[in-house]
Ligand binder design. Sequence first.
Ligand code: PLP
Length: 496
Amino acid sequence: MPSSLLVYSPSTSSVFPSPQLLRVRLQLPFGVALFFRWCRLRSGEEEDDGCCLSLLLQVRVRRPAPVFGLPSVYVSSRSLPPLSSVRVCVFGVFVVPLEKMKIISPIIMGVNNILSDASPPNSFINLDQGDTALLESYWRKMKEECAVVIKGCELLSYVSDRSNVCWFMMPELTDAIKKLHALVGNAETDDRHIVVGNGSTQLFQASLFALSSSSSSHSPNPINVVAASPYYSGYPDETDLVRSSLYKWSGDAKEYDKNEAYIEIVTSPNNPDGSIRTPVASNRRGVEGKLIHDLAYYWPQYTPITHKADQDLMLFTFSKCTGHSGSRIGWAIVKDIDMAKKMTTFVVLNSIGVSKESQTRAAKIMEVVCNSYENFKLGSKNSELFFEYSKCLIKERWGKLREVIKQSDYFILPNFPKAYCNFTNESSETYPAFAWLMHKKDEDGVGYLEKKLKVLARSGNRFGSGPRCARINMLSRDEDFDEFLRRLSNIKEIGY
Ligand SMILES: Cc1ncc(COP(=O)(O)O)c(C=O)c1O
């Protein structure tokens, strides 16, 4: 907002159901309603994703406020980005008599809703993918501390540490990962091998290779790979992509009844539904399978840290730990040296290691997180601490979503039990990175969201459960999340 306007902090109002309300003092004898559109600008260009939303700017005159004796003007918008980053174009101005303003404003709001929803394809909100834009605000505050300079003469070699099983892993990253786990207390790293990968996606495939080619798996047939539904939608595709003769996707672990060897993926907290999980499959002879523990979300911003995980093969990712998915860094913590060697071989034959630029950056960011806890002084603000800060943001979003869903005739959400978190020293719920919305009336949840609300979500079909459920990203950009909530809460008003 221009600094010459006196702006009150955002709040909500019964007259204006929009999430953001700015109050500006002006002396006007009438109300003005403006319709305008805005496009976000990035480096002077319109944003390449074509995001272009309709907003309603309402200006409303009040009778003189008793304290100051001045009329007030209200400006409301769905979500107002910084004006320096948008191009605004006004396409309607209406002057409204003061006494009609109260009647007219909800009507204008409704028209605006319809207008914004009726401008395909740019009014779609994409909550399908798992990006972590919500965490950006923390890293913006820490941008100087996290900056890394890499000179042209550095990092030329493929090799990082010949004495390590995972010889392309930089020692500073190994140290930073161990330090971070020691700080959080979510995984044992002593006497374990750490293998770095291009995201945990690559390490998942390396795990399948290592487990299915080990000496204990003599089977002439591909080993079955299972996970309890709803399971992460990446697993089936990644397992079957190259039609390996070593392993094949075999569906829901709860229904596994073959008398054959298997690998079960245990994801906890689970993507998409946030549940805390343990293995469920067993073959007909009651023989246990091999396990991959995907602990991508076992961090304090998402769930209470109840124990130090100590399984044979655990996968973690920088993407979900700090939100830096673009760096493509994941790591496996492995007990058995032969497994670690096989996984290393897979990464070598697949990509001859992992970018050292990314490793350097990941190590730096983890170090900044750890240092902020080490240097934290009594009396400082919790908002300086990454896990506390991000948990607060995610929890707030869950609170808002639950409020809207409580009023909804169409959707329900899962509930999560409370548990004591050894890291934050308080009892807490799980606040997953995704919301698993179930349509109350057994209808196609994603179809409903897409057709009625122009919200793109990922269908339950992709997670091995029915189309009734839809997965929504809870870590999307503020404007997308706020707009999603607004549309969800306005379902009745706009006649769906
Ligand atoms: C459970 C789970 N495992 C693995 C991944 C892949 O993570 P990465 O970005 O490290 O490849 C994701 C990404 O969403 C995930 O949700």
